[in-house]
Design a binder for this molecule. Sequence first.
Ligand code: LLP
Length: 411
Amino acid sequence: MYCEDVAVADIAAKVGTPFYLYSAATLKRHFNAFDSGFDGIEHLTCFAVKACSNISILHQFAGMGGGADIVSGGELFRAMKAGIDPSKIIYSGVGKTEAEMREALFAGILLFNVESAQELDRLQKVAAELGTKAPVSFRINPDVDPKTHAYISTGLAKNKFGIPVDEALQEYVRAQAMENIEVLGVSCHIGSQLTQVEPFIEALRKIKIFVGRLQAEGIKIKYLDLGGGVGITYDDEEPPHPHVYAEAVKNELQGMDCTLILEPGRVIVGNAGILVTEVQYTKVNSGGKSKKRFIVVDAAMNDLTRPSLYGAFHEILPIRKTDRKKQEVDVVGPICETGDFLARDRLLPEARQGELMAVMSCGAYGFTMSSNYNSRTRVAEILVNSDQVHIIRRREDYDDLIRGESLVEVT
Ligand code: LLP
């Protein structure tokens, strides 16, 4: 297996395993594939930093004119370090603290996506203290079923996100009267890993009707933010091509005079990255009638949480092609939990100790959701560009594990 011009095995020999591996060419191609769909209309692609937040990768998107969708002060810090223009940064999330609001106001971001009445009051207060005006968009909860995993559905009335359409109008009117708030936009994000265009369009139609009501109140909307991008293929999903999605959106937007904002994450980075891991042991546990084969690898649920957390499917491929016969196996990590698996009941060619495997489609919500559970050091991130191999995050060492801790003696 190669990443651009470099054999994955050569990288493993150099940096050890496990590691996340990204292709710069694929990142570029995917960013352009998404962004170019909206050519011809005023738009801004704000990459969802939470999907993959390494500053080298954010920097690459900045160079292609990309902005950032952030959800914390930490992500603001990263985006700025990566050279993303603050006037292209939008700030989403239901729990912004006063300190985070101050940081974002100070940076001069494009928009706060406000998600509640109390958040609006707090933002007015913080902006007044700083003697500035906060640029605001409200995140509307359109009550649309995105038909995706329950944990990543965000646009249903029962989800914590956004303000219900029926209550939003009064918040706009209130905001309009606030001295330190500048009302500029409307936003929504109904969920992630959507494999159909229809829920996006259903949400957009509701937003359009709402924008009409705002206009009737004399409130003008400059920015319309449609949230995250389309889903990707992990297994046999057939999500719409970004251009199909873009055409449908452009069609629906006709006659509206505003700049479109998009917050794609997964569709750009998901299939631009893999996790490379080494087989440590193979074993068979049998008892009674059951016989179960395991491949124990050196990556675990702390490195890639998606299979354990969402039951997500990630294809697993041996790094070297093989004709060996396939067996049904669980691919598991070293963590002391039965929930620690990367794949279950999967047909894979027989694997041997020391061999390398690639866990595919790991570029989005892979490294960013990793942790130090079981005091495992977080893995390295590698970016390949043609024949160049860059370590864009070194593997953590043991000192990293206790950084910030103090040894206190209690008697
Ligand atoms: N904008 C907002 C406000 C979001 O909350 C998200 C994702 C996005 C944009 C980007 O959505 P995307 O284009 O990536 O679909 N950890 C989960 C996914 C959580 C998504 C959270 N919000 C996973 O691994 O599947």
